[in-house]
Design a protein around this ligand. Sequence first.
Ligand code: ZN
Length: 316
Amino acid sequence: MRPLLVLLPLIACVSAAPAPEAIGGHAIVVCGERFAIDAPVVLWDDPGGYSAYLEGPHFTTVADPGRRYSPGRTVPDDHPALSPEVAERLRSGSASPAELAAFVDLFVLHYDVCGTSELCFRVLQDERHLSVHFLLDLDGTLYQTLDLADQAWHAAHGNPRSVGVELASIGAWAPGDERGEAYFSEWYLEGNFGTAVTLPERYGDGGQRSGRRVFPAASEGRKRGAVHGQVLEQYDFTQAQVDSLAALTVALHRALPGIALDVPRDGLGQPRWDALSAEEFAAWGGLLGHYHLGTHKVDPGPAMDWERLLRAARDK
Ligand SMILES: [Zn+2]
């Protein structure tokens, strides 16, 4: 016992600046309240966070004012399930989590075709004046950019009722596509160790909190599948992303139970890889790919293993 007692004061002294990966917590924010999640989360006002509340660029000092999100939620006047008082609180962003849950019932998944959350936030915030509630980086870090009481701009008609996440990934491409092949050879390593995502040199540290540059993929090799009947190839997301996405999915389901742990299915019970009709969209509450919202989108692509995600979320 004695050596341990000697060591304790030494350990207590080693606490200067926190390591980058120590920043952030394990909670997401819904209507000002924190909900526990089994994944690292950096909030918009944490050091190293990304804030979509900023009405200007994040990475440069160039003047480019304007909102990148809508405060509160766009609730229709004639919503059958909401009293006028609750609808007004949702519009003003002052609703409780339970009130938000009566309206927000979709979790929309994207990939960013940027490769890292840092570059994704640069494109959304600084270049395109868009937003999304969560960014999920290669190392499994979740960045929350807005309270879920507020509406992000990521999914057109899906924005009012949804929470969105952008998964860092270089995306899916038609087999043999020249640009896709160039990205694949730059970003992925395959060997007897399996498949790994590697951060290209030109990205610098890529904003990765861990300082790592290589991230094991959740499965080996390329996935091939059709979205809207279009055949695409894509490498799997990193194992760290798969784990954090499952944690986020179940945390959202618990905070906003209208987000069912399910995805639109066909007549045989298989996940659908096409767009929903307006009626199907109105009736659905649960997970969606961006591609479910329109035929012009294919993300999160054929590497999104819906059954794996739902199993992992239910097991949490
Ligand atoms: Zn998308």
